[in-house]
Design a protein around this ligand. Sequence first.
Ligand SMILES: [Zn+2]
Length: 564
Amino acid sequence: MDADWVARFADEVIAEAERRAPGKPVVCASGLSPSGPIHLGNLREVMTPHLVADEIRRRGHECVHIISWDDFDRFRKVPAGVDPAWNEHIGKPLTTVPAPPGSEYPNWAEHFKAPMIAALAEMGVEFHGISQTEMYTSGAYREQVLLAMRERRRIDAILDQYRTKKAKAKEVLDADEAAALEGSGAASEDDGSGAGGYYPYKPYCSFCDRDLTTVTSYDDETTALSYTCVCGHGETVLLSEHTRGKLVWKVDWPMRWAYEGVVFEPSGVDHSSPGSSFVVGGQIIREVFGGQQPIGPMYAFVGISGMAKMSSSKGGVPTPADALSIMEPALLRWLYARRRPNQSFKISFDQEIQRMYDEWDTLTRKVTEGTALPADQSAYRRASSTASATLPDTPRRLPYRTLASVVDIATGHEEQTLRILRAFDPEIGGLDELRPRLDRARHWVNTYLPAEERTQVRETPDKELLDTLGEAERESLRLLLDGLDDHWSLDGLTTLVYGVPKVLAGLEMDAKAATPELKAAQRAFFALLYRLLVGRDTGPRLPTLLLAVGRDRIRELLDAGRAA
Ligand SMILES: [Zn+2]
């Protein structure tokens, strides 16, 4: 089998792990900041190491995928829609900020972690979550913190090599913008330099719990650290005992690589530019912590389409849970598996999702028939299963676009939905066989299909239009109605709607003909049918629409003779 990108990284990571720590489990890592709703765009931060870790497990190696929750980062800003009273918490660790009003979670970080954890479980992502609050406050990083402070001059010198290089590029970004781009980590945090000298450790004030502190002195012998806070508080603590503070991001990240023995951790585009945290971190881990930088490919941006209209009304950003509400987990996994990390792609909440699903169904068919290309086969396998589980699948797959059209037309009525769908596949025993795909399509129609694109079958015939029809148009409707019973199937109705204009032109119903005149006549006929059935010039594919509307209703709406 051709090696896809996942297999190639797995080869590299296994070899490197053997070299660095023979016999130990392989460690892959991701970092996520629960500073607000975790954006769907950040899912790549998890999916890239997940797929590699999963491949390593499939090969029989032990592998841990760590997700570092950056929940000891400072609360940077109050998102739109949250009580401005939360402003008083700016500068506190995310785990001490109260959860948004009405939340069942104990704090801000937990509130935003929870939906991400649920989404990852649904997607079959196995991981070991590590709370940075727990790690720092338990003193787990004590030795590393003391080491970084001892080596602060060396760290300062390393940072200094990059400060000038990136100062110009970075200054134009405002802190939040920079943080959003980097995704994880306290990207906007300062690097530890201050008027009183360079200190890579930042205490949270023991009086106000904010990080608006300045370290004023540190004694290597006694580990006595003095700081002042903008609130007026100031004190001296022993760093050998103090646990309410953290290393600045650029030092924190390489410290964790060394602490956990991370061999693979990809990062966003911005992390990999010259002077970025990843590059600086590589030098800091070598020269200060005596470790090695992980293999860290840069991953490209994942775009979202069709959410713009929604986001303002829903007051938030698209999250993985939003994506899972309209697509099955395997399909979402497939979007990540089939593209190399450096290729950007889009996740569609608009009509494009129907095409995406068609592609997925085509691939599934090819895999079943054994005709899929090796790389496509790998992507399919990674999407539909993991080393330890098979992702839920819909037992009886009908095209997403069909389900969406039918749900749209049947407006959620279960019995009617079943009746219509049986015209597509008479073997359907019950709607459960069509789940979960059916529910995803329904949610998509109800949430993301714009009102002007929804289909509303007319309640009563459009008498006005019917009265104005010429003889040829009346004849076309008669031919259609006369042919309904004999053509009452998806294929039959396709033949019928294309065939009626042929018969009018003196051809056979199933003649192979495609002159420009005939095509124009077919277009005009289709537009007439849409007008009479749904009051618009376009709509779902006609055979689908006709099946969904049902014969009695079609006769009622199209019978020019009776209406007149
Ligand atoms: Zn304070």
